[in-house]
Design a binder for this molecule. Structure first.
Ligand SMILES: Cc1cc2nc3c(=O)[nH]c(=O)nc-3n(C[C@H](O)[C@H](O)[C@H](O)COP(=O)(O)OP(=O)(O)OC[C@H]3O[C@@H](n4cnc5c(N)ncnc54)[C@H](O)[C@@H]3O)c2cc1C
Length: 277
């Protein structure tokens, strides 16, 4: 099997202890030779400083570091200032998103959709950044239809995105179908599947409801049946997710992007099972 490009996504920790723990997680995952580490950004700017701090630390450790940047609720001036900070720090890769405003937060701001952010980044900074955007094999929850969602994905690529990372999913066919539909619509950039390791059932169910990712019934039933037995949940999850990754790579996926939730163990185990380390 050809080795795909690995990338790993973290969230910015809230405490010094969390930062310290994340350093150890990065050191462990660095052994898998990832192409880049990324760090999420709370929509509305809630993690602005922590995202910057985490990204600069990753870069100082010698890793390719990519900040996520979400535009909903932001002004052009805000985004311009952040792009300037990243550029001055030598950051060359960015994940450009719309984001979701926390409930109750008014939607003031100068961007409506991620394609506007991609366009703005290109206008402001030319080819300085490699721009990643989000894609949804199981359809974004707010899309009017699957076809519309593909066209909206294409808008981001036409605005200048270089590649895409998908929302996580557990059904490989959803990814293959999405890639075919995107190619038919004239999108030729790499589409890297996002992979969520399974560490806990309740957390996974909550996330999946919120972001529109489907947990297949047989997986859900099995996980539910384990109750509090976290060792069985992890062992079963490892089987399911490793099999998913193997099928995606065999079917031509150009890379795997892991949602690490700031943990290294499951990703390392999956990568070893895939025999890439
Ligand atoms: C890899 C990845 C990383 C993420 N990281 C973060 C993060 O760090 N911080 C964060 O807050 N969120 C993050 N998210 C979540 C993301 O912000 C949400 O899924 C959000 O709801 C949509 O963001 P988007 O960039 O895909 O939006 P868009 O591409 O703007 O799409 C949003 C919705 O609007 C529709 N749409 C798009 N453009 C148009 C248009 N021009 N006209 C009409 N309709 C349109 C789309 O079909 C879709 O339904 C991430 C998601 C992924 C997959």
């Amino acid at each position: 099997m050809n080795q795909p490009e690995l990338s790993v996504e973290f969230f910015p920790p809230q405490t010094l202890e969390g930062m310290e723990k994340l350093r150890a997680v990065r050191a462990q995952l660095a052994q898998l030779k990832p192409a880049f580490f990324s760090c999420t950004f709370g929509a509305g700017g809630s993690t602005r400083d922590r995202t910057l701090e985490t990204v600069l630390e990753m870069q100082a450790e010698g890793h390719m570091a990519a900040p996520h940047l979400s535009c909903i609720g932001s002004t052009r001036e805000n985004i311009r200032a952040m792009l300037g900070q990243y550029r001055a720090a030598g950051i060359r890769r960015i994940v450009a998103l719309r984001g979701d405003l926390p409930s109750g937060m008014a939607e003031a701001g100068e961007f409506r959709y991620a394609n506007e952010l991609v366009e703005f980044i290109r206008t402001e900074t030319g080819d300085w950044f490699r721009i990643e955007v989000a894609a949804y094999p199981e359809v974004h929850p707010q899309a009017r239809s699957a076809g519309d969602d593909i066209l909206n994905f294409k808008r981001k690529v036409d605005a200048g995105a270089d590649s895409a990372i998908t929302q996580y999913f557990f059904n490989a066919d959803a990814y293959f179908h999405f890639v075919d539909a995107a190619r038919s619509a004239g999108v030729s950039v790499p589409i890297v599947p996002g992979i969520m390791p399974i560490a806990s059932y309740s957390k996974l169910a909550r996330f999946s409801d919120a972001c529109g990712a489907e947990i297949p019934r047989w997986v859900r039933k099995q996980l539910e049946g384990y109750g509090d037995d976290s060792a069985s949940i992890r062992a079963f999850g490892l089987d399911v997710v490793t099999d998913l990754c193997a099928r995606l790579i065999a079917g031509g996926a150009p890379g795997l992007h892991f949602y690490a939730l700031n943990q290294a163990g499951l990703i390392t185990a999956i990568w070893q099972r895939l025999e890439f380390s």
